[in-house]
Design a protein. Structure first.
Length: 310
C-alpha cells in the first residue's frame, strides 16, 4: 500500500491521525470523458483504449461487469494486476492477462500513473482507462468509466443490453447512488480502515441502517428502482458479493451477513445469474487480496477458508 508524491513512490498507509481516526477516500484525479461528440479529444474507437483492473477491487469490478454486459471485450482489452498489493502497490505479473499492457516494461501500476503525469501526487488506484493514442490516463473514476461503457461505447457493443442510466430515472439513480456510495460502498472501508472506536461504530451503524432499508425496499420490487436493472444495482452488487467473504470479518462489519437478509441475498443472486457476470466474480482472488494485502489489519496475512458459498 502506498502513494505517489510528486511522482515518487512511497510505501505509506492511509493517514487517519489527521481525521480523528476516520478513513477519507481521495477523489480521483483523472476525469476526462470518452464521448461521441465530433471533435472531442477522446472518442470511442475500437482498440484505442486499455483497461487496468483488479479482480479483487469492487470499484474496478463495476467496469468489468458493464464491459461484459455490453460485449466490449474485443473493443477494450484489459490488464489484471496481481491480487496482492504490498510495498509497491498494484503489481503486474508474467501471464499475458497480468501484463503491463500498452505501458511496456512497467512492473507496477504506479509506473502507468507516472507515464501519464510525472509529477502525480496521490493514491494509485484501479480501474484505470488508458488511451494508447495519446499515451495517457483518460479516467480513473469507476462510476464515470461505467457510464462511458454504457453510453459512449454503445455503438461498438457486440451485445444488446438496456441503458443503465435512462433519462427518466436519472434523478432517482443519482439519489440512491449517493446514499449507497457513502454508507455501503465506501462505508465498509470507513469501518475497516478506521483507527478509532467512534469512527468505526459510526460507519458500521450507517452501513447497517442502509442495508436494513434496502432489505425493506427489495421486498417490494426485484431491483432498486423497480422492474429494471440500472447502474445503481451494479454499483451495489460489487459490495454485496464481497460482503460475507471479506467485509463481515476482515472489516468488522459483523452485525449481520448478506445471507441473513432474505431479499438482499436473493437480489444479489439475481444479478449474479445475469449472463457474463458470474465469470467476473473470483472469491479466491478477492479474499487473497484483502486478507493478504492489508497487513495493518491482518498482520499474519492468513486467508480464511470460508465461507463455503455466498
Amino acid at each position: 500500500m502506498g502513494l505517489l508524491v510528486d511522482g515518487k513512490w512511497t510505501d505509506t498507509w492511509y493517514d487517519t491521525k489527521s481525521t480523528g481516526g476516520g478513513f477519507v477516500r481521495q477523489a480521483a484525479r483523472f476525469r476526462n470523458t470518452v464521448e461521441r461528440t465530433p471533435g472531442a479529444r477522446f472518442t470511442p474507437d475500437k482498440g484505442r483504449y486499455h483497461l487496468y483492473v483488479s479482480l479483487a477491487c469492487p470499484w474496478a469490478h463495476r467496469t468489468l461487469i458493464v464491459r461484459a454486459l455490453k460485449g466490449l471485450e474485443e473493443v477494450i482489452p484489459v490488464s489484471i494486476v496481481m491480487p496482492l498489493m504490498l510495498e509497491n502497490g498494484w503489481t503486474f505479473g508474467d501471464a499475458p492477462e497480468r501484463s503491463s499492457g500498452p505501458v511496456a516494461g512497467a512492473k507496477y501500476l504506479y509506473e502507468v500513473y507516472e507515464r501519464a503525469a510525472p509529477d502525480y501526487t496521490g493514491r494509485v488506484t484501479v480501474p484505470v482507462l488508458w488511451d494508447k493514442r495519446e499515451g495517457t490516463i483518460v479516467n480513473n473514476e469507476s462510476s464515470e468509466i461505467l457510464r462511458m461503457f454504457n453510453d459512449a461505447f454503445d455503438g461498438l457493443a457486440t451485445k444488446s443490453y438496456p441503458d443503465l442510466y435512462p433519462e427518466p430515472l436519472r434523478g432517482a439513480i443519482d439519489e440512491i447512488n449517493a446514499t449507497i456510495y457513502d454508507t455501503v460502498n465506501n462505508g465498509v472501508y470507513k469501518a475497516g480502515f478506521a483507527t478509532s472506536q467512534v469512527k468505526y461504530e459510526e460507519a458500521v451503524r450507517a452501513l447497517f441502517g442502509t442495508l436494513d432499508e434496502l432489505e425493506r425496499r427489495l421486498g417490494d420490487a426485484p431491483y432498486l428502482l423497480g422492474d429494471r436493472v440500472t447502474e445503481a444495482d451494479w454499483r451495489l452488487f460489487t459490495t454485496l458479493v464481497r460482503f460475507d467473504a471479506v467485509y463481515h470479518g476482515h472489516f468488522k462489519c459483523n452485525v449481520r451477513r448478506i445471507i441473513d437478509y432474505p431479499h438482499l441475498h436473493a437480489y444479489m443472486h439475481r444479478l449474479l445469474a445475469v449472463p457474463g457476470v458470474r465469470e467476473t466474480v473470483l472469491l479466491d482472488e478477492i479474499k487473497a487480496h484483502y486478507y493478504g494485502s492489508h497487513r495493518t489489519i491482518n498482520p499474519t496475512g492468513i486467508v480464511p477458508i470460508g465461507p463455503a458459498s455466498i
